[in-house]
Design a protein. Sequence first.
Length: 638
Amino acid sequence: MGQPPCRGAFDIMKKISCLLVLCLCIFSLSARQTASLASPDGHLKIVASAGINPGSLLSYRFTVRGTTVIEKGTIVLQAGKGAEAGTWRLANVKRDAKNTSWKPIYGERALVPEQYRELRLYLSNATNRQQAVITFRLYNEGLAYRYLLKSVDGDTLQLNAERSEFGFTSNHTAWATRTAQGIIEAKAINDIGEASERPLTIKINPRLYIALGEAGLVDFARMKFVRTGVNTLGTVLHGPVNQYPEIRSPWRYVLTAGSPGGLLEKNYLLLNLNEPSRIRSTSWIRPGKVIRESSLTTAGSMLCIDFAARHRIAYVSFDAGWYGQEDSDTSDARRVMLDPARSKGPLDLAAVISYANSKNVGIILYVNRRALERQLDTLLPIYKRWGIKGIKFGFVQTGSQKWTSWVHEAVRKCAAYNMVVDIHDEYRPTGYERTYPNLLTQEGVRGDEESPDNAMVLKTLFTRMIAGPADQTNAYFTRRVDKMSSHASQMAKAICLYSPLQFIYWYDRPVATLPDPAPEGAIQNIADLEFYDNVPTVWSETKVIEGEIGEYATVARKSGKEWFVGSLAGKTGRKLQLDCSFLDKSKRYMAIIYADDAGSRSPTRVAISEIPVNQGSVLNLEIKANNGLAIRIVPLNK
Protein backbone atom coordinates (compact mmCIF):
# COMPACT_ATOMS: atom_id res chain seq x y z
CA MET A 1 0.00 0.00 0.00
CA GLY A 2 1.43 3.40 -1.04
CA GLN A 3 2.14 6.30 1.25
CA PRO A 4 -0.61 8.98 1.50
CA PRO A 5 0.31 12.38 0.09
CA CYS A 6 1.40 15.00 2.51
CA ARG A 7 -1.16 17.55 3.61
CA GLY A 8 0.60 20.44 1.78
CA ALA A 9 0.46 18.65 -1.54
CA PHE A 10 -3.22 17.82 -0.98
CA ASP A 11 -4.02 21.50 -0.33
CA ILE A 12 -2.21 22.54 -3.51
CA MET A 13 -4.16 20.00 -5.59
CA LYS A 14 -7.43 21.18 -4.05
CA LYS A 15 -6.68 24.79 -4.93
CA ILE A 16 -5.74 23.84 -8.48
CA SER A 17 -8.97 21.85 -8.80
CA CYS A 18 -11.06 24.80 -7.57
CA LEU A 19 -9.24 27.14 -9.91
CA LEU A 20 -9.94 24.83 -12.87
CA VAL A 21 -13.63 24.68 -12.00
CA LEU A 22 -13.75 28.49 -11.76
CA CYS A 23 -11.99 28.86 -15.12
CA LEU A 24 -14.38 26.40 -16.71
CA CYS A 25 -17.35 28.36 -15.36
CA ILE A 26 -15.94 31.63 -16.71
CA PHE A 27 -15.20 29.98 -20.08
CA SER A 28 -18.71 28.51 -20.20
CA LEU A 29 -20.27 31.90 -19.47
CA SER A 30 -18.12 33.51 -22.12
CA ALA A 31 -19.03 30.82 -24.61
CA ARG A 32 -22.71 31.32 -23.91
CA GLN A 33 -22.42 35.09 -24.58
CA THR A 34 -20.30 34.87 -27.76
CA ALA A 35 -20.83 32.99 -31.01
CA SER A 36 -19.08 32.99 -34.36
CA LEU A 37 -19.94 32.06 -37.93
CA ALA A 38 -18.12 31.71 -41.26
CA SER A 39 -19.44 31.74 -44.84
CA PRO A 40 -19.45 28.48 -46.87
CA ASP A 41 -16.17 29.45 -48.56
CA GLY A 42 -14.68 30.62 -45.25
CA HIS A 43 -13.87 34.13 -46.50
CA LEU A 44 -16.54 36.01 -44.51
CA LYS A 45 -16.68 35.80 -40.72
CA ILE A 46 -18.60 37.33 -37.84
CA VAL A 47 -18.21 37.18 -34.07
CA ALA A 48 -21.36 38.18 -32.17
CA SER A 49 -21.52 39.03 -28.47
CA ALA A 50 -24.52 39.55 -26.18
CA GLY A 51 -24.72 41.35 -22.85
CA ILE A 52 -22.05 43.93 -23.73
CA ASN A 53 -24.07 47.16 -23.36
CA PRO A 54 -27.40 47.71 -21.57
CA GLY A 55 -30.21 48.00 -24.12
CA SER A 56 -28.17 46.53 -26.97
CA LEU A 57 -29.35 43.15 -28.18
CA LEU A 58 -25.85 42.30 -29.27
CA SER A 59 -22.68 43.51 -30.95
CA TYR A 60 -20.78 41.87 -33.77
CA ARG A 61 -17.60 42.19 -35.81
CA PHE A 62 -17.56 41.41 -39.53
CA THR A 63 -14.48 40.59 -41.60
CA VAL A 64 -13.92 39.70 -45.26
CA ARG A 65 -10.73 37.78 -46.13
CA GLY A 66 -9.15 39.05 -42.93
CA THR A 67 -10.08 42.71 -43.55
CA THR A 68 -12.31 44.26 -40.93
CA VAL A 69 -15.36 45.70 -42.65
CA ILE A 70 -17.51 46.46 -39.61
CA GLU A 71 -15.47 46.97 -36.46
CA LYS A 72 -18.54 47.21 -34.27
CA GLY A 73 -22.05 46.46 -35.42
CA THR A 74 -24.86 46.77 -32.89
CA ILE A 75 -28.60 46.07 -32.87
CA VAL A 76 -30.57 48.35 -30.54
CA LEU A 77 -34.39 48.33 -30.48
CA GLN A 78 -36.82 50.53 -28.62
CA ALA A 79 -40.08 48.67 -28.07
CA GLY A 80 -42.55 48.74 -25.20
CA LYS A 81 -41.94 49.97 -21.68
CA GLY A 82 -38.36 50.46 -20.59
CA ALA A 83 -37.16 48.99 -23.83
CA GLU A 84 -33.56 50.04 -23.38
CA ALA A 85 -33.28 49.01 -19.73
CA GLY A 86 -31.68 45.82 -18.51
CA THR A 87 -29.23 43.49 -20.19
CA TRP A 88 -29.88 40.96 -22.90
CA ARG A 89 -28.52 37.50 -22.17
CA LEU A 90 -27.78 34.78 -24.67
CA ALA A 91 -29.91 31.75 -23.74
CA ASN A 92 -29.37 29.43 -26.70
CA VAL A 93 -27.61 29.09 -30.05
CA LYS A 94 -28.77 27.12 -33.09
CA ARG A 95 -27.13 26.65 -36.46
CA ASP A 96 -28.31 25.76 -39.94
CA ALA A 97 -26.99 25.68 -43.49
CA LYS A 98 -28.22 25.54 -47.07
CA ASN A 99 -26.50 24.59 -50.30
CA THR A 100 -28.74 24.70 -53.34
CA SER A 101 -29.76 26.76 -56.35
CA TRP A 102 -33.04 27.73 -57.94
CA LYS A 103 -34.41 28.82 -61.31
CA PRO A 104 -36.18 32.18 -61.45
CA ILE A 105 -39.16 32.65 -63.73
CA TYR A 106 -37.18 35.47 -65.35
CA GLY A 107 -34.21 37.56 -64.33
CA GLU A 108 -30.61 38.50 -64.98
CA ARG A 109 -29.47 34.87 -64.82
CA ALA A 110 -31.02 31.47 -65.45
CA LEU A 111 -29.81 29.90 -62.20
CA VAL A 112 -29.40 31.53 -58.79
CA PRO A 113 -27.01 29.97 -56.25
CA GLU A 114 -28.31 29.89 -52.67
CA GLN A 115 -25.61 28.86 -50.21
CA TYR A 116 -25.32 30.07 -46.66
CA ARG A 117 -24.57 29.20 -43.08
CA GLU A 118 -26.99 30.43 -40.43
CA LEU A 119 -26.61 31.34 -36.78
CA ARG A 120 -29.69 31.90 -34.60
CA LEU A 121 -29.13 33.58 -31.27
CA TYR A 122 -31.91 33.35 -28.67
CA LEU A 123 -31.81 36.19 -26.14
CA SER A 124 -33.87 37.20 -23.14
CA ASN A 125 -34.21 40.35 -21.05
CA ALA A 126 -35.68 39.86 -17.58
CA THR A 127 -36.10 43.61 -17.02
CA ASN A 128 -38.19 44.17 -20.14
CA ARG A 129 -39.80 40.74 -20.05
CA GLN A 130 -38.97 40.41 -23.73
CA GLN A 131 -37.36 37.72 -25.85
CA ALA A 132 -35.49 38.10 -29.11
CA VAL A 133 -34.08 35.91 -31.85
CA ILE A 134 -31.31 37.32 -34.03
CA THR A 135 -30.71 35.35 -37.22
CA PHE A 136 -27.39 35.85 -38.98
CA ARG A 137 -26.67 34.40 -42.40
CA LEU A 138 -23.32 34.39 -44.10
CA TYR A 139 -23.46 33.81 -47.83
CA ASN A 140 -20.34 33.83 -49.97
CA GLU A 141 -21.82 37.07 -51.29
CA GLY A 142 -22.34 38.84 -47.98
CA LEU A 143 -23.84 39.12 -44.50
CA ALA A 144 -27.54 39.35 -43.68
CA TYR A 145 -29.40 39.52 -40.37
CA ARG A 146 -32.90 40.06 -39.06
CA TYR A 147 -34.49 40.18 -35.63
CA LEU A 148 -37.60 38.73 -34.04
CA LEU A 149 -38.90 40.44 -30.91
CA LYS A 150 -41.47 38.89 -28.54
CA SER A 151 -43.18 39.93 -25.34
CA VAL A 152 -43.10 37.31 -22.58
CA ASP A 153 -46.53 38.51 -21.43
CA GLY A 154 -48.01 38.20 -24.93
CA ASP A 155 -48.73 41.94 -25.17
CA THR A 156 -48.99 43.67 -28.54
CA LEU A 157 -45.61 45.15 -29.33
CA GLN A 158 -44.87 48.50 -30.93
CA LEU A 159 -41.38 49.05 -32.24
CA ASN A 160 -40.74 52.76 -31.80
CA ALA A 161 -37.20 52.86 -33.13
CA GLU A 162 -34.40 50.73 -34.50
CA ARG A 163 -30.98 52.19 -33.89
CA SER A 164 -28.70 49.55 -35.30
CA GLU A 165 -25.22 50.77 -36.15
CA PHE A 166 -22.41 49.91 -38.56
CA GLY A 167 -19.11 51.10 -37.13
CA PHE A 168 -16.35 51.24 -39.76
CA THR A 169 -12.59 51.42 -39.32
CA SER A 170 -12.21 54.69 -41.22
CA ASN A 171 -14.08 57.47 -43.01
CA HIS A 172 -14.87 55.55 -46.20
CA THR A 173 -16.45 57.00 -49.34
CA ALA A 174 -20.13 56.26 -49.91
CA TRP A 175 -22.45 57.08 -52.82
CA ALA A 176 -25.56 58.53 -51.22
CA THR A 177 -28.89 60.08 -52.17
CA ARG A 178 -31.58 61.40 -49.87
CA THR A 179 -34.51 60.32 -52.06
CA ALA A 180 -35.16 57.36 -54.34
CA GLN A 181 -35.05 59.56 -57.45
CA GLY A 182 -32.50 62.05 -56.16
CA ILE A 183 -29.01 62.99 -57.30
CA ILE A 184 -26.41 60.47 -56.16
CA GLU A 185 -23.25 62.02 -54.70
CA ALA A 186 -19.95 60.62 -53.43
CA LYS A 187 -19.59 61.53 -49.75
CA ALA A 188 -17.39 60.56 -46.86
CA ILE A 189 -19.35 58.64 -44.22
CA ASN A 190 -18.82 61.46 -41.72
CA ASP A 191 -20.33 63.96 -44.18
CA ILE A 192 -23.62 62.09 -44.60
CA GLY A 193 -26.25 64.30 -42.98
CA GLU A 194 -29.84 63.53 -43.92
CA ALA A 195 -31.14 59.97 -44.06
CA SER A 196 -29.81 58.22 -47.18
CA GLU A 197 -31.49 55.69 -49.41
CA ARG A 198 -30.62 52.06 -49.68
CA PRO A 199 -28.69 50.37 -51.13
CA LEU A 200 -25.77 52.49 -49.94
CA THR A 201 -22.58 51.56 -51.78
CA ILE A 202 -19.33 52.08 -49.86
CA LYS A 203 -15.69 51.72 -50.92
CA ILE A 204 -13.73 49.99 -48.12
CA ASN A 205 -10.50 49.87 -50.12
CA PRO A 206 -9.57 49.59 -53.83
CA ARG A 207 -10.22 45.82 -53.73
CA LEU A 208 -13.28 45.71 -51.47
CA TYR A 209 -16.69 47.33 -51.92
CA ILE A 210 -19.89 46.80 -49.94
CA ALA A 211 -23.55 47.75 -50.26
CA LEU A 212 -25.76 48.22 -47.21
CA GLY A 213 -29.48 47.69 -47.63
CA GLU A 214 -32.63 45.83 -46.70
CA ALA A 215 -34.39 42.90 -48.31
CA GLY A 216 -37.78 41.30 -47.80
CA LEU A 217 -39.51 44.55 -46.83
CA VAL A 218 -43.20 43.60 -46.96
CA ASP A 219 -45.06 44.71 -43.81
CA PHE A 220 -42.66 47.01 -41.97
CA ALA A 221 -41.49 50.61 -41.95
CA ARG A 222 -38.81 51.47 -44.50
CA MET A 223 -35.25 51.82 -43.25
CA LYS A 224 -32.66 54.42 -44.27
CA PHE A 225 -29.13 55.27 -43.09
CA VAL A 226 -27.90 58.24 -41.05
CA ARG A 227 -24.52 59.13 -39.58
CA THR A 228 -24.63 58.38 -35.84
CA GLY A 229 -20.98 58.83 -34.86
CA VAL A 230 -17.44 58.97 -36.13
CA ASN A 231 -17.10 56.52 -39.04
CA THR A 232 -20.49 55.12 -38.03
CA LEU A 233 -23.80 54.76 -39.84
CA GLY A 234 -27.08 53.85 -38.16
CA THR A 235 -30.53 52.79 -39.23
CA VAL A 236 -33.61 54.96 -38.93
CA LEU A 237 -37.16 53.73 -39.54
CA HIS A 238 -39.90 55.73 -41.25
CA GLY A 239 -42.21 55.59 -38.25
CA PRO A 240 -43.22 52.92 -35.73
CA VAL A 241 -44.07 49.29 -36.41
CA ASN A 242 -47.00 47.42 -34.86
CA GLN A 243 -47.27 43.63 -35.08
CA TYR A 244 -48.87 40.97 -32.93
CA PRO A 245 -47.80 38.77 -31.22
CA GLU A 246 -44.24 39.43 -32.39
CA ILE A 247 -42.20 41.87 -34.47
CA ARG A 248 -40.20 40.34 -37.31
CA SER A 249 -37.91 42.67 -39.22
CA PRO A 250 -36.89 42.60 -42.88
CA TRP A 251 -33.34 41.50 -43.59
CA ARG A 252 -30.49 43.98 -43.25
CA TYR A 253 -27.63 43.01 -45.53
CA VAL A 254 -24.00 43.82 -46.26
CA LEU A 255 -23.25 42.74 -49.83
CA THR A 256 -19.51 42.40 -50.53
CA ALA A 257 -17.39 42.23 -53.69
CA GLY A 258 -13.94 43.05 -54.96
CA SER A 259 -15.27 45.69 -57.36
CA PRO A 260 -18.40 47.76 -58.04
CA GLY A 261 -19.24 45.36 -60.88
CA GLY A 262 -19.02 42.43 -58.48
CA LEU A 263 -21.75 44.01 -56.34
CA LEU A 264 -24.03 44.27 -59.35
CA GLU A 265 -23.35 40.67 -60.40
CA LYS A 266 -24.21 39.43 -56.91
CA ASN A 267 -27.45 41.37 -56.49
CA TYR A 268 -29.33 38.04 -56.44
CA LEU A 269 -28.55 38.05 -52.70
CA LEU A 270 -31.70 40.16 -52.26
CA LEU A 271 -33.79 37.52 -54.02
CA ASN A 272 -32.36 34.81 -51.76
CA LEU A 273 -33.56 36.86 -48.77
CA ASN A 274 -37.16 36.69 -50.01
CA GLU A 275 -39.63 33.83 -50.05
CA PRO A 276 -40.04 31.66 -53.19
CA SER A 277 -42.84 32.42 -55.63
CA ARG A 278 -46.35 32.04 -54.24
CA ILE A 279 -47.99 32.18 -57.67
CA ARG A 280 -48.77 28.63 -58.72
CA SER A 281 -49.14 29.18 -62.46
CA THR A 282 -46.91 31.89 -63.90
CA SER A 283 -47.42 31.31 -67.63
CA TRP A 284 -49.36 34.58 -67.89
CA ILE A 285 -46.46 36.66 -66.54
CA ARG A 286 -44.89 38.11 -69.66
CA PRO A 287 -41.75 40.27 -69.48
CA GLY A 288 -41.18 42.48 -72.49
CA LYS A 289 -40.75 45.93 -73.96
CA VAL A 290 -43.35 48.68 -73.62
CA ILE A 291 -44.22 51.77 -75.63
CA ARG A 292 -46.17 54.60 -74.03
CA GLU A 293 -49.34 55.87 -75.68
CA SER A 294 -49.50 59.55 -74.73
CA SER A 295 -51.97 60.95 -77.31
CA LEU A 296 -54.89 59.19 -75.54
CA THR A 297 -56.78 58.97 -78.83
CA THR A 298 -58.15 56.01 -80.75
CA ALA A 299 -56.06 56.85 -83.81
CA GLY A 300 -52.85 57.29 -81.83
CA SER A 301 -53.50 54.05 -79.94
CA MET A 302 -53.97 52.05 -83.14
CA LEU A 303 -50.69 53.44 -84.51
CA CYS A 304 -48.93 52.41 -81.30
CA ILE A 305 -50.38 48.90 -81.43
CA ASP A 306 -49.39 48.43 -85.07
CA PHE A 307 -45.88 49.68 -84.31
CA ALA A 308 -45.60 47.41 -81.27
CA ALA A 309 -46.71 44.37 -83.26
CA ARG A 310 -44.18 45.08 -86.02
CA HIS A 311 -41.29 45.73 -83.65
CA ARG A 312 -41.67 42.96 -81.05
CA ILE A 313 -42.97 45.23 -78.30
CA ALA A 314 -45.12 43.30 -75.82
CA TYR A 315 -47.20 46.14 -74.33
CA VAL A 316 -48.73 49.53 -74.98
CA SER A 317 -49.09 51.61 -71.82
CA PHE A 318 -51.76 54.29 -71.44
CA ASP A 319 -50.45 57.18 -69.42
CA ALA A 320 -52.21 59.50 -66.99
CA GLY A 321 -55.32 61.33 -68.16
CA TRP A 322 -57.38 58.52 -69.64
CA TYR A 323 -59.85 58.55 -66.72
CA GLY A 324 -59.66 62.25 -65.78
CA GLN A 325 -57.30 64.30 -63.64
CA GLU A 326 -55.01 61.81 -61.94
CA ASP A 327 -54.47 64.02 -58.86
CA SER A 328 -58.18 64.47 -58.21
CA ASP A 329 -59.88 62.45 -55.49
CA THR A 330 -63.07 62.44 -57.56
CA SER A 331 -61.62 60.89 -60.73
CA ASP A 332 -63.11 57.48 -61.40
CA ALA A 333 -60.74 54.87 -62.90
CA ARG A 334 -63.67 52.57 -63.71
CA ARG A 335 -64.54 54.45 -66.91
CA VAL A 336 -62.93 56.47 -69.69
CA MET A 337 -63.20 60.21 -69.08
CA LEU A 338 -60.32 62.11 -70.68
CA ASP A 339 -58.50 64.88 -68.86
CA PRO A 340 -58.95 67.80 -71.31
CA ALA A 341 -55.56 69.17 -70.30
CA ARG A 342 -53.95 66.02 -71.75
CA SER A 343 -56.16 65.01 -74.68
CA LYS A 344 -59.20 66.12 -76.63
CA GLY A 345 -59.85 62.54 -77.74
CA PRO A 346 -61.77 60.70 -78.88
CA LEU A 347 -60.65 57.46 -77.21
CA ASP A 348 -62.60 54.24 -77.72
CA LEU A 349 -60.70 52.12 -75.22
CA ALA A 350 -62.81 48.99 -75.74
CA ALA A 351 -62.03 48.99 -79.48
CA VAL A 352 -58.36 49.66 -78.75
CA ILE A 353 -58.10 46.73 -76.31
CA SER A 354 -59.84 44.40 -78.75
CA TYR A 355 -57.47 45.43 -81.55
CA ALA A 356 -54.42 45.02 -79.28
CA ASN A 357 -55.50 41.51 -78.30
CA SER A 358 -55.83 40.57 -81.96
CA LYS A 359 -52.20 41.64 -82.43
CA ASN A 360 -50.95 39.87 -79.27
CA VAL A 361 -50.11 43.22 -77.69
CA GLY A 362 -51.03 43.73 -74.04
CA ILE A 363 -52.54 46.93 -72.66
CA ILE A 364 -51.24 48.42 -69.39
CA LEU A 365 -53.22 51.19 -67.69
CA TYR A 366 -51.70 53.90 -65.52
CA VAL A 367 -53.72 54.52 -62.35
CA ASN A 368 -52.76 57.14 -59.77
CA ARG A 369 -52.65 56.01 -56.14
CA ARG A 370 -55.63 58.25 -55.30
CA ALA A 371 -57.89 56.03 -57.39
CA LEU A 372 -56.04 52.84 -56.44
CA GLU A 373 -56.47 53.46 -52.72
CA ARG A 374 -60.23 54.00 -53.13
CA GLN A 375 -61.10 51.64 -55.95
CA LEU A 376 -58.56 48.82 -56.36
CA ASP A 377 -60.93 46.04 -55.29
CA THR A 378 -63.57 47.15 -57.80
CA LEU A 379 -61.07 48.06 -60.55
CA LEU A 380 -59.47 44.64 -60.82
CA PRO A 381 -62.54 42.61 -61.87
CA ILE A 382 -63.52 45.39 -64.28
CA TYR A 383 -60.06 45.50 -65.88
CA LYS A 384 -60.06 41.72 -66.11
CA ARG A 385 -63.30 41.86 -68.10
CA TRP A 386 -61.87 44.60 -70.31
CA GLY A 387 -58.83 42.44 -71.13
CA ILE A 388 -56.20 44.60 -69.40
CA LYS A 389 -52.85 42.86 -68.83
CA GLY A 390 -51.29 45.13 -66.22
CA ILE A 391 -51.42 48.24 -64.06
CA LYS A 392 -48.84 50.94 -63.54
CA PHE A 393 -49.22 52.33 -60.01
CA GLY A 394 -48.65 56.10 -59.93
CA PHE A 395 -47.33 58.24 -57.06
CA VAL A 396 -47.73 55.52 -54.43
CA GLN A 397 -47.17 56.51 -50.82
CA THR A 398 -44.05 54.98 -49.32
CA GLY A 399 -42.10 54.71 -46.08
CA SER A 400 -44.54 53.93 -43.31
CA GLN A 401 -45.60 50.42 -42.32
CA LYS A 402 -49.16 51.23 -43.43
CA TRP A 403 -48.23 52.15 -46.99
CA THR A 404 -45.51 49.52 -47.33
CA SER A 405 -48.09 46.90 -46.42
CA TRP A 406 -50.70 48.46 -48.71
CA VAL A 407 -48.56 48.44 -51.86
CA HIS A 408 -47.51 44.81 -51.44
CA GLU A 409 -51.09 43.76 -50.77
CA ALA A 410 -52.03 45.56 -53.99
CA VAL A 411 -49.39 43.54 -55.88
CA ARG A 412 -50.88 40.32 -54.46
CA LYS A 413 -54.39 41.38 -55.46
CA CYS A 414 -53.21 42.09 -59.01
CA ALA A 415 -51.65 38.61 -59.14
CA ALA A 416 -55.06 37.11 -58.31
CA TYR A 417 -56.38 38.74 -61.51
CA ASN A 418 -53.34 37.79 -63.65
CA MET A 419 -52.08 41.35 -63.97
CA VAL A 420 -48.47 42.49 -64.08
CA VAL A 421 -47.43 45.54 -62.09
CA ASP A 422 -45.10 48.51 -62.48
CA ILE A 423 -44.80 50.68 -59.34
CA HIS A 424 -43.72 54.25 -59.93
CA ASP A 425 -42.10 57.14 -58.09
CA GLU A 426 -40.35 56.68 -54.70
CA TYR A 427 -40.87 52.92 -54.26
CA ARG A 428 -37.58 50.99 -54.22
CA PRO A 429 -37.46 47.19 -54.54
CA THR A 430 -36.17 44.79 -51.88
CA GLY A 431 -36.61 41.50 -53.76
CA TYR A 432 -40.39 40.96 -53.48
CA GLU A 433 -40.46 40.13 -57.20
CA ARG A 434 -39.22 36.65 -56.27
CA THR A 435 -42.31 36.01 -54.13
CA TYR A 436 -44.73 37.76 -56.48
CA PRO A 437 -43.09 37.80 -59.93
CA ASN A 438 -46.02 39.71 -61.43
CA LEU A 439 -44.20 42.72 -59.94
CA LEU A 440 -42.10 43.15 -63.07
CA THR A 441 -40.51 46.53 -62.40
CA GLN A 442 -40.63 49.82 -60.54
CA GLU A 443 -39.18 53.30 -60.68
CA GLY A 444 -37.30 54.59 -57.61
CA VAL A 445 -34.58 55.73 -60.01
CA ARG A 446 -33.36 58.97 -61.55
CA GLY A 447 -34.46 57.99 -65.03
CA ASP A 448 -34.63 59.70 -68.41
CA GLU A 449 -37.49 61.89 -67.23
CA GLU A 450 -34.81 63.78 -65.26
CA SER A 451 -32.36 63.82 -68.23
CA PRO A 452 -29.36 62.40 -66.34
CA ASP A 453 -25.94 62.47 -67.98
CA ASN A 454 -23.87 59.29 -68.21
CA ALA A 455 -21.94 60.06 -65.03
CA MET A 456 -25.21 59.95 -63.07
CA VAL A 457 -26.32 56.79 -64.87
CA LEU A 458 -22.99 55.19 -63.93
CA LYS A 459 -23.67 56.03 -60.29
CA THR A 460 -27.18 54.60 -60.58
CA LEU A 461 -25.81 51.39 -62.09
CA PHE A 462 -23.64 50.57 -59.06
CA THR A 463 -26.04 51.78 -56.37
CA ARG A 464 -29.77 51.69 -57.16
CA MET A 465 -29.50 48.81 -59.64
CA ILE A 466 -28.15 46.53 -56.90
CA ALA A 467 -31.68 46.61 -55.45
CA GLY A 468 -33.34 45.20 -58.57
CA PRO A 469 -35.19 46.22 -61.74
CA ALA A 470 -35.67 49.91 -62.55
CA ASP A 471 -37.98 51.55 -65.06
CA GLN A 472 -35.53 54.00 -66.65
CA THR A 473 -38.09 55.31 -69.22
CA ASN A 474 -35.60 54.99 -72.06
CA ALA A 475 -36.08 57.69 -74.70
CA TYR A 476 -34.60 57.72 -78.21
CA PHE A 477 -35.87 60.18 -80.82
CA THR A 478 -36.59 63.11 -78.53
CA ARG A 479 -34.17 66.05 -78.38
CA ARG A 480 -33.47 65.42 -74.69
CA VAL A 481 -31.24 62.51 -75.77
CA ASP A 482 -28.62 65.03 -76.93
CA LYS A 483 -28.93 66.77 -73.58
CA MET A 484 -28.32 63.50 -71.70
CA SER A 485 -25.59 61.88 -73.81
CA SER A 486 -25.98 60.21 -77.22
CA HIS A 487 -28.27 57.77 -79.02
CA ALA A 488 -25.65 55.03 -78.77
CA SER A 489 -25.65 55.59 -75.00
CA GLN A 490 -29.41 55.09 -74.95
CA MET A 491 -28.90 51.69 -76.56
CA ALA A 492 -26.22 50.81 -74.01
CA LYS A 493 -28.53 51.81 -71.14
CA ALA A 494 -31.18 49.37 -72.39
CA ILE A 495 -28.61 46.62 -71.78
CA CYS A 496 -26.90 47.88 -68.63
CA LEU A 497 -30.01 48.94 -66.68
CA TYR A 498 -32.07 45.80 -66.10
CA SER A 499 -35.86 45.85 -66.23
CA PRO A 500 -38.08 42.90 -67.27
CA LEU A 501 -40.68 45.48 -68.27
CA GLN A 502 -38.52 47.85 -70.31
CA PHE A 503 -40.09 51.09 -71.49
CA ILE A 504 -38.54 52.23 -74.77
CA TYR A 505 -39.31 55.27 -76.93
CA TRP A 506 -40.65 56.92 -73.75
CA TYR A 507 -40.96 60.44 -75.24
CA ASP A 508 -41.33 59.14 -78.80
CA ARG A 509 -44.39 58.25 -80.86
CA PRO A 510 -45.24 56.56 -84.15
CA VAL A 511 -46.78 58.87 -86.74
CA ALA A 512 -48.97 58.02 -89.73
CA THR A 513 -46.85 60.05 -92.16
CA LEU A 514 -43.38 61.47 -91.55
CA PRO A 515 -42.87 64.99 -92.90
CA ASP A 516 -39.43 66.48 -93.47
CA PRO A 517 -38.16 67.64 -91.08
CA ALA A 518 -39.51 65.07 -88.63
CA PRO A 519 -41.43 66.53 -85.67
CA GLU A 520 -40.07 66.28 -82.13
CA GLY A 521 -40.16 62.69 -80.88
CA ALA A 522 -41.44 61.14 -84.12
CA ILE A 523 -40.16 57.59 -84.53
CA GLN A 524 -38.25 57.40 -87.80
CA ASN A 525 -37.87 54.24 -89.85
CA ILE A 526 -34.08 53.98 -89.64
CA ALA A 527 -31.66 51.09 -89.16
CA ASP A 528 -31.34 51.84 -85.42
CA LEU A 529 -34.77 50.29 -84.82
CA GLU A 530 -33.24 46.89 -85.48
CA PHE A 531 -31.37 47.10 -82.18
CA TYR A 532 -34.49 47.83 -80.12
CA ASP A 533 -36.41 45.16 -82.06
CA ASN A 534 -33.91 42.52 -80.95
CA VAL A 535 -32.74 43.57 -77.49
CA PRO A 536 -34.36 41.33 -74.81
CA THR A 537 -35.51 42.44 -71.37
CA VAL A 538 -34.55 39.28 -69.42
CA TRP A 539 -31.34 37.29 -69.48
CA SER A 540 -29.81 33.87 -68.86
CA GLU A 541 -26.38 35.18 -67.89
CA THR A 542 -24.93 38.52 -66.80
CA LYS A 543 -21.29 39.59 -66.60
CA VAL A 544 -20.09 43.00 -65.47
CA ILE A 545 -16.83 43.12 -67.36
CA GLU A 546 -15.55 46.38 -65.90
CA GLY A 547 -16.76 49.43 -64.06
CA GLU A 548 -16.00 52.35 -61.77
CA ILE A 549 -18.77 54.25 -60.06
CA GLY A 550 -19.61 57.39 -62.04
CA GLU A 551 -16.75 56.77 -64.48
CA TYR A 552 -17.40 53.86 -66.87
CA ALA A 553 -18.96 50.41 -67.18
CA THR A 554 -19.23 47.51 -69.61
CA VAL A 555 -21.95 44.88 -69.10
CA ALA A 556 -22.42 41.70 -71.16
CA ARG A 557 -25.71 39.77 -71.03
CA LYS A 558 -26.80 36.57 -72.73
CA SER A 559 -30.22 35.64 -74.09
CA GLY A 560 -30.65 32.39 -75.96
CA LYS A 561 -27.54 32.04 -78.12
CA GLU A 562 -26.93 35.77 -78.48
CA TRP A 563 -24.95 38.20 -76.36
CA PHE A 564 -25.58 41.92 -75.91
CA VAL A 565 -22.91 44.28 -74.61
CA GLY A 566 -23.48 47.82 -73.36
CA SER A 567 -20.63 50.18 -72.53
CA LEU A 568 -20.86 53.71 -71.10
CA ALA A 569 -18.30 56.44 -70.47
CA GLY A 570 -18.75 59.29 -68.02
CA LYS A 571 -17.04 62.66 -68.12
CA THR A 572 -13.87 61.19 -69.64
CA GLY A 573 -13.55 59.36 -72.92
CA ARG A 574 -11.82 56.00 -72.96
CA LYS A 575 -10.55 53.11 -75.03
CA LEU A 576 -12.47 49.86 -74.58
CA GLN A 577 -10.64 46.58 -75.05
CA LEU A 578 -13.45 44.06 -75.08
CA ASP A 579 -12.15 40.57 -74.37
CA CYS A 580 -14.64 38.16 -75.93
CA SER A 581 -13.63 35.20 -73.78
CA PHE A 582 -17.21 35.04 -72.42
CA LEU A 583 -18.36 33.66 -75.79
CA ASP A 584 -18.90 29.94 -76.33
CA LYS A 585 -15.83 27.97 -77.33
CA SER A 586 -15.47 26.79 -80.95
CA LYS A 587 -18.30 29.04 -82.17
CA ARG A 588 -18.08 31.87 -84.66
CA TYR A 589 -20.07 35.07 -84.22
CA MET A 590 -20.79 38.37 -85.88
CA ALA A 591 -20.54 41.46 -83.66
CA ILE A 592 -22.95 44.20 -84.76
CA ILE A 593 -21.65 47.43 -83.25
CA TYR A 594 -23.80 50.53 -82.72
CA ALA A 595 -21.57 53.53 -82.01
CA ASP A 596 -21.77 57.30 -82.13
CA ASP A 597 -20.33 58.84 -85.30
CA ALA A 598 -20.52 62.59 -85.82
CA GLY A 599 -20.04 62.04 -89.56
CA SER A 600 -22.96 59.66 -89.90
CA ARG A 601 -25.84 60.68 -92.16
CA SER A 602 -28.32 59.09 -89.77
CA PRO A 603 -30.49 61.59 -87.84
CA THR A 604 -29.29 59.87 -84.66
CA ARG A 605 -25.60 59.92 -85.73
CA VAL A 606 -25.31 56.17 -85.04
CA ALA A 607 -22.97 54.19 -87.24
CA ILE A 608 -23.55 50.43 -87.55
CA SER A 609 -20.63 48.11 -88.35
CA GLU A 610 -20.04 44.37 -88.31
CA ILE A 611 -16.93 42.44 -87.21
CA PRO A 612 -16.50 38.63 -87.08
CA VAL A 613 -15.48 37.48 -83.59
CA ASN A 614 -14.86 34.34 -81.56
CA GLN A 615 -13.86 33.48 -78.00
CA GLY A 616 -10.28 34.60 -78.63
CA SER A 617 -11.15 38.00 -80.09
CA VAL A 618 -10.41 41.35 -78.49
CA LEU A 619 -12.33 44.33 -79.84
CA ASN A 620 -10.49 47.67 -79.59
CA LEU A 621 -13.10 50.42 -79.51
CA GLU A 622 -13.10 54.08 -78.56
CA ILE A 623 -15.83 55.81 -76.57
CA LYS A 624 -15.95 59.59 -76.30
CA ALA A 625 -16.79 61.43 -73.09
CA ASN A 626 -20.45 61.15 -72.03
CA ASN A 627 -21.04 58.57 -74.73
CA GLY A 628 -21.49 54.86 -75.17
CA LEU A 629 -21.91 51.97 -77.53
CA ALA A 630 -23.98 48.81 -77.86
CA ILE A 631 -23.05 45.48 -79.41
CA ARG A 632 -25.22 42.58 -80.49
CA ILE A 633 -23.20 39.37 -80.92
CA VAL A 634 -24.97 36.79 -83.09
CA PRO A 635 -23.82 33.19 -83.78
CA LEU A 636 -22.98 32.48 -87.40
CA ASN A 637 -24.57 29.49 -89.08
CA LYS A 638 -22.16 26.69 -90.02
